[in-house]
Ligand binder design. Structure first.
Ligand code: 3PG
Length: 307
């Protein structure tokens, strides 16, 4: 019998686990659950006899593929797949997929929520500012960027985007102004929200030069990845420019230093929670389960990431 492992260090909402289980059972598959595991050894033991794995930001590297002798498919229930070693997957004849767009609205709502929390001074009773009329720059116009744009437009913000992979016409159709360079986006927007993946090209790419070019009282929001930030440079420029603020859903390695140096101009969620809603868990988890059934039963490779 085909065995599907749900391996989530950060668990799905129970309703999503039930939905995944129902889809798998309907297909005649067995489901095994490994949640909140605290050691790699637990993951290595759990993968030994499974044919499919559903993960979130869980690390699936060569050691995991070596241990998973029956494995055919891994589905990352979410967008970013920098946590999976695609080369090793291919070497082990394992298909890797993601579920693009399924948790995008949840992340977008968090962006706006963090912004409101920040510009209203953490709801502490003092006079803050409004988002209406502010220039919001989206660094990438994929599924999450589009959702942020939609909500921000409802708040009366002016939305701009830089994305070398999206034509200007697609942005125009969404009422978003196309910006030709990343430098222009940072220099011309009151708020920049980042939605780029962590790749060799983007890692460490957001630092002193870009952040330092932002207008007075600008805000940088990170719901993407920790790795895209040059954390030492960011701290330096934020110390220098006392008008700038940084709100992040991915705690930096220098979090304590940021808190000590920046006070209320900085905050981080304790654990990445952009996609942590039951709706996003259901959307991404059920999509992952359907993709596994589709691949195992019909060889459907849509959303395959490794070649
Ligand atoms: C993603 O890449 O889909 C998001 O960063 C969400 O990640 P998570 O499933 O670990 O919350």
């Amino acid at each position: 019998m085909t065995k599907v492992l749900i391996a989530t260090e950060k668990p799905f909402a129970p309703v999503a686990v039930k939905g995944i289980t129902d889809i798998c059972k309907e297909a005649g598959f067995e489901v095994v659950l490994l949640e909140k595991y605290t050691s790699k050894a637990e993951l290595l033991a759990a993968v030994a006899d499974v044919h499919a794995i559903i993960i979130r930001s869980d690390i699936i590297d060569a050691e995991v593929f070596d241990a998973a002798k029956q494995l055919k498919i891994v589905v990352r229930a979410g967008a970013g797949y920098d946590n999976v070693d695609l080369t090793s997957a291919t070497a082990h004849n394992v298909v890797v997929m993601n579920t693009p767009g399924q948790n995008a609205n949840a992340v977008a709502e968090l962006v706006i929520g963090m912004l409101l929390f920040g510009v209203r001074n953490r709801f502490n009773g003092t006079s803050g500012s409004e988002l209406m009329g502010k220039r919001l720059g989206l660094l990438a116009f994929g599924a999450t960027g589009r959702n942020v744009a939609r909500i921000a437009q409802g708040l009366g913000m002016e939305v701009y985007a830089f994305d070398p992979f999206t034509p200007a016409e697609a942005m125009a159709q969404a009422g978003v102004k196309h910006v030709a360079t990343q430098a222009e986006l940072f220099a011309g927007c009151d708020i920049v929200s980042m939605h780029i993946p962590a790749t060799p090209e983007t890692k460490g790419s957001i630092g002193r030069a870009l952040v330092g070019s932002m207008p007075k009282k600008a805000i940088l929001v990170n719901t993407a990845r920790k790795e895209i930030i040059n954390e030492a440079e960011l701290l330096d420029i934020l110390k220098e420019r006392e008008d700038l603020r940084y709100f992040t859903d991915i705690m930096p390695a220098n979090h304590e230093e940021m808190v000590a140096a920046l006070g209320d101009r900085y905050f981080s969620t304790p654990k990445k929670m952009g996609a942590q809603t039951s709706e996003a868990n259901i959307n991404a988890g059920l999509a992952a389960a359907r993709q596994i059934v589709g691949y195992i039963k019909e060889g459907n490779e849509r959303f395959r990431l490794n070649k």
